[in-house]
Design a protein around this ligand. Structure first.
Ligand SMILES: Nc1nc2c(c(=O)[nH]1)N[C@H]1C(S)=C(S)[C@@H](COP(=O)(O)O)O[C@H]1N2
Ligand SMILES: [Mo]
Length: 249
């Protein structure tokens, strides 16, 4: 029962105005989830900042003249190269797992969705930051359309680039998935997303470190837990180097 109420509160959060976000943080059901059986470090992070606090947003004048490229600069697989050659006309974003209505969206369909524009700072653990403008629908809007089932607690994003034959992947809890600044960006600095920055669509999850911002997103699955996914730590870097899953900033 608690889960159902919580899920509704989170879905409502996706549609809130920015000014309303503080109020959502006070919803008892949301507080219960925060105080629930979460790992200690996550509980501590949530206790010092509202889960709906927003990352700072900047002005056009603050935008970095050069936004560094990190990690994969081109997936360069036969499947990806074929999609690039066809200007992503055959690309489809699949939303599945624990959802009532699985989605299969074309780039045109994604671009037709209501979108948010945000100028934010990207912080990479390798010691660099850059400010850029991102534009795309809130992930929450897609999850709402798909109808996340009560058993779901996380979303797993699977990418087009391969590491040792396995795709890059990342995961978020539903609070971060429905955060207003968590978007599927298809434009950067006013232009369609370039291949080196994750074309055609990459995640922006502005309260998190750089490696959570999955580029080349192909699939999004709602899951009850990520322990049974791949290495069990919730992401490519989490599995391979022990980087923190929460990665809050
Ligand atoms: N699919 C995919 N997503 C990824 C990566 C990657 O290698 N593959 N690298 C991550 C890291 S460590 C960072 S800092 C950012 C870099 O994004 P940028 O190239 O747009 O600067 O993407 C993140 N998302
Ligand atoms: Mo990074």
């Amino acid at each position: 029962m608690t889960l159902v109420i919580t899920r509704r509160a989170l879905v409502a959060g996706a549609g809130l105005t920015l000014a309303g976000c503080d109020k959502l943080g006070n919803v008892p059901a949301v507080q219960r989830v925060l105080a629930g059986a979460e790992p200690l470090h996550r509980k501590l992070q949530r206790s010092v900042a509202s889960p709906y606090a927003l990352a700072p947003e900047y002005t056009r004048a603050d935008m970095s003249p050069v936004f560094r490229v990190n990690g994969t600069a081109n997936p360069n697989t036969p499947a990806y190269n074929a999609m690039v050659a066809n200007r992503f006309a055959d690309w489809r974003l699949e939303v599945g797992g624990l959802v009532a209505r699985p989605l299969r969206l074309s780039l045109d369909q994604l671009r037709a969705m209501p979108a948010r524009t945000q100028i934010t700072r990207h912080d990479c653990v390798e010691g660099w930051s850059a400010i850029g403008q991102w534009h795309g629908p809130m992930l929450g809007t897609l999850l709402h359309a798909a109808g996340v089932r009560a058993a779901a607690r996380y979303v797993v994003l699977t990418c087009a680039d391969l590491f040792g034959g396995q795709p890059y992947y990342e995961s978020l809890d539903l609070i971060d998935a429905f955060h207003p600044q968590t978007i599927l960006a298809w434009a950067m600095n006013g232009h369609p997303l370039a291949v080196e920055h994750g074309a055609p669509v990459r995640l922006r999850v502005e309260r998190k470190l750089g490696y959570k911002h999955a580029k080349y997103v192909m699939r999004i699955d709602a899951v009850a837990d990520y322990a049974s996914v791949r290495g069990g730590k919730g992401g490519y870097w989490e599995d391979s180097t022990g980087y923190d899953w929460y990665a809050g900033i």
